[in-house]
Design a protein around this ligand. Structure first.
Ligand SMILES: Cc1cc2nc3c(=O)[nH]c(=O)nc-3n(C[C@H](O)[C@H](O)[C@H](O)COP(=O)(O)OP(=O)(O)OC[C@H]3O[C@@H](n4cnc5c(N)ncnc54)[C@H](O)[C@@H]3O)c2cc1C
Ligand SMILES: NC(=O)c1ccc[n+]([C@@H]2O[C@H](COP(=O)([O-])OP(=O)(O)OC[C@H]3O[C@@H](n4cnc5c(N)ncnc54)[C@H](O)[C@@H]3O)[C@@H](O)[C@H]2O)c1
Length: 494
């Protein structure tokens, strides 16, 4: 067996691992980064980038089909060439992956090891099939996450797929049963539907995407159901792989939401999008003697990314990115990687890194976004004393949204009584990715609703809808006048 001794070992060369590598190297040359899978990162290979490429193709098809109300006539049928769609997705995806691989190859080969890592002792790792032992002083776990789904999905046999498989297709299938109307299910499911794939979407417990505000969730349920079948609290009775004249498929028996009829329907695939679990279970993490949470994930400080020993003492182990199961988003993985790398590098001195205001965007249509504190956190901290208020706008009548025929959904903002501070927001509406940034920047700057209202708003823009919600909130906080329906000085369709 080869032997290596390093100050800092990093497990995983994803977005968190790469950020950690660069930050640790600023302190010491003795760093090794270990990767068990393909280089390229989840985000570029099978995550953010290919999913957004699929969504963009779907948007193009949708706009072409939806041109009629503008007076634009498309001669003949809008045809989706599945092969061409998948070719572009793979070509562009490979380009993004290529850039990541290029930058990884710029890292000295001595600092890179290939193979799956698992802990042997609290200070050593075994790589691959007993090929190398790495003895370390500090370690960063940046192993990412993988899809998780209930065991009975296995009844679908080889018709059970996850997001990774979608981006391997050479052509689009005829039909897909999507399980999980979370972030991945909604993004991929709606895109497939707009590309002409017959879908049904099944959830449990009523959840839709990251939405926690029940008013917005009900709105989203209605709007999505105008476009495709979505039952966020489905009764699915049977899943079975079948083989018939049409080839292999999967039959789903379920209770149809509105008619309550028992239906059995055949699909080409069952897409499992029922959540992801951190990759910490095959690391032999017990060798580290860390304090673990109920899911077996090390307990850690989100400002330092440092974990704790079972006796509650700080440890030499850091955990960043999806592996820590906190905020499984790309920008958070990079930030956490950087903080963990910096701290592992400077150890035993450990510093609190800068954590930004939370922002999450779902690229469905309408888009969804959450900013700052969630409604549950707000209710927990401010609910008992009646210390917060809500403002809202419904985009149905919003000027610019209506002009563009994007007038669906709503936005709700939450503010603190007395101080007028912006606490958070939830959006299901047009161009939420941009509104979310305005709100997250204001949240991080600790702006009050009053200060936000003093900022410029152009006319006619979707941001005027945000202004309406802010005025509503200011009035509900009793810090400003009640909003006037059809306020003319604001410009028509505010
Ligand atoms: C379909 C999809 C769409 C997404 N879209 C978005 C989006 O639009 N915006 C956004 O912000 N986020 C998005 N995400 C989330 C984002 O991709 C992740 O949060 C981010 O990639 C996590 O980075 P990471 O470094 O923690 O993990 P990864 O990039 O997965 O890196 C972990 C690495 O560790 C390696 N590894 C695991 N175990 C071991 C081991 N034992 N030994 C050695 N190596 C190991 C893995 O092979 C992997 O390369 C999406 C995710 C998915 C699945
Ligand atoms: N745009 C983005 O930023 C983006 C895109 C994709 C993924 N991601 C990240 O990836 C993470 C994982 O995404 P995800 O969609 O896998 O998880 P998720 O937690 O967002 O959604 C999982 C959904 O599956 C449902 N579910 C659970 N068990 C089920 C069952 N047996 N049958 C039917 N439904 C079931 C849950 O109620 C939930 O609605 C996200 O939390 C997000 O952080 C981000």
């Amino acid at each position: 067996m080869n032997e290596r001794q390093v100050e800092v070992a990093i497990i995983g060369a994803g977005s968190a691992g790469l950020g950690a590598y660069r930050a640790a190297k600023a302190h010491t040359d003795s760093v090794v980064m270990i990767e068990g899978g393909p280089y390229g990162t989840t985000c570029a290979r099978v995550g953010c980038m290919p999913s957004k490429l699929l969504i963009s193709a779907a948007e193009a098809a949708h706009h072409a089909r939806d041109a009629g109300p503008f007076g634009i006539e498309i001669q003949g049928e809008v045809k989706v060439n599945g092969r061409a769609v998948m070719e572009r997705i793979k070509r562009e995806r490979d380009r993004f992956v290529g850039f990541v691989i290029e930058s990884i190859e710029g890292i000295p080969s001595h600092d890179r090891l290939r193979g799956n890592a698992r802990f042997e002792t609290a200070n050593s790792l075994i790589i691959g099939d007993n090929e190398t032992r790495v003895t370390f002083e500090r370690v960063i776990i940046a192993t990412g996450s993988r899809p998780s789904y209930p065991g009975f999905f296995d009844n679908a046999g080889d018709r059970l797929i996850i997001n990774d498989n979608v981006f391997e297709w050479n052509d689009l299938p005829e039909s897909v049963a999507v399980f999980g109307p979370g972030v991945i299910g909604l993004e991929l499911g709606q895109a497939l539907s707009r590309l002409g794939v017959r879908i049904r979407m099944f959830g449990v417990g009523g959840a839709i995407g990251p939405l926690r505000d029940e008013t917005i969730r009900a709105n989203a349920d209605r709007v999505f159901n105008e476009e495709f079948y979505l039952d966020p609290d489905a009764k699915v009775e049977k899943i079975e792989r079948v083989e018939d004249d049409n080839g292999a498929g999967v039959e789903i028996t379920f209770i149809e939401r509105s008619s309550e009829a028992r239906l059995t329907e055949r699909f080409d695939y069952l897409l499992a999008a029922t959540g992801r679990r951190p990759n910490v279970d095959s690391l032999n993490i017990d060798a580290l003697n860390l304090k673990l949470d109920e899911r077996g994930v090390p307990v850690f400080n989100r400002h330092t990314l440092q974990t704790r020993l079972a006796d509650d003492q700080p440890s030499n182990v850091f955990i960043a990115g999806d592996a820590n199961n906190d905020l499984p988003l790309l920008h958070e993985a990079s930030d956490e990687g950087r903080i963990a790398g910096d701290n592992a590098g400077r150890f035993p001195e450990v510093r609190a890194g800068h954590r930004k205001s939370t922002i999450a965007v779902v690229f469905s249509d309408p888009q969804m976004a959450t900013i700052g504190l969630s409604t549950a956190e707000i209710e927990q901290r401010y609910g008992a004393c009646d210390c917060y208020a809500t403002g809202e706008v419904d985009f149905t009548g919003q000027g610019r949204s209506r002009v563009m025929r994007m007038n669906k959904g709503m936005l709700r903002v939450y503010g603190e009584q007395g101080t007028g501070l912006l606490l958070g927001a939830e959006i299901f509406g047009p161009r939420a990715e941009h509104l979310a940034h305005l709100l997250a920047w204001a949240h991080q700057q600790r702006m009050t609703i009053e200060q936000m209202l003093e900022m410029p708003f152009y006319h006619p823009v979707i941001e005027e809808g945000l202004r309406t919600a802010l005025r509503d909130l200011n009035a509900n906080l009793q810090l400003g006048p009640a909003i006037v329906e059809r306020c003319m000085e604001c410009g028509p369709g505010d």
